[in-house]
Design a protein around this ligand. Sequence first.
Ligand code: PLP
Length: 349
Amino acid sequence: MKNIDLRSDTVTVPTPEMYEAMTTAKLGDDVYGDDPTVRELEEYSAELLGKEAALFVPSGTFGNQLAIFTHCERGDEVILGEDCHIVAYEVGAAAVIAGVQLRALPTFKGQMEPAAVEARIRGENIHYPKTGLICLENAYSNGRVVSVEYMQRIFAIAQKHNIPVHLDGARIFNAALSLGVEAKELAVYADSVMFCLSKGLCAPVGSILAGTRDFITAARKKRKLMGGGMRQVGVLAAPGLVALKKMIPHLAEDHKKAKLLGAELAKIPGIKVFSEDIQINMVFIDISATGYDPDLLVSELYKKGIKVNGANNGIMRFVTNYWVSRDDIYYVVNCLKEILASSSQYDKS
Ligand SMILES: Cc1ncc(COP(=O)(O)O)c(C=O)c1O
């Protein structure tokens, strides 16, 4: 039985080299600063992003929330896009952990209107919270990549008003690849950056928060407060190093596989592929014109060894990753054709 998982790139398991690295990693108590593997990962990450320092954290959510907690004081206001991960999928943590108010702006293709961002920056007034932070995301969890020029514009506005910018770069290497730039060319437009070692890079766990040395020193203390002092965590930093040193080039293949999947799905009558939105490893489709129920499709594909998520607002998302081969893509497309063809629900006109 096949096991093809297109639900997300978060489903990736470690490579054999990562398992090997885990068993041979040099370890120490990281709360004492004694774990050489963690130190190497943090230094390597900082260099990769062109930042002074970096910190290993358990997850992307942890890294984003730690950034907000470190940049802001309680009661500050944070300006960000209404569809960004921090607003949409982090359980309202910014209100609980940092105690900040989120000022969420509408976005068009992932971008806030720069003039609208500037207009929301608070002046001094007894009634107003302080604007403590602006957050950007690239690539978006919906697969969208925002331009370097956009990041540059928002960063310039933030600098003019002396407000820090945090970049949720969970998939910064996918974004950089899609834009044809180095990750540090995106990181330069943010004071702090979070990226994930898990997801497309296949490490089992962990993210990095990078910024100035002072910022990371403050974040390290707040990480402890959040319960994130992780002792002999070199065992997890070791696969993270393999992820950064070996896996980044493979993301290009994930992007190509997404394009292939999109192109093949587009040939199936009734399936609308949002081809212009295939910017990283994610493919979005609308099957409503087939007359086939997306939930039924999820269960029928599952019977053939293929895992996909159900529709969100009528749109289904398929995500390619390192462990999904080109043959798997053709298998998925053929299964989809078969399922639709055998259904009386399918409008074949
Ligand atoms: C853009 C973005 N930011 C943050 C996260 C959070 O990462 P984690 O699941 O490791 O908390 C995700 C997870 O998918 C994401 O897509």
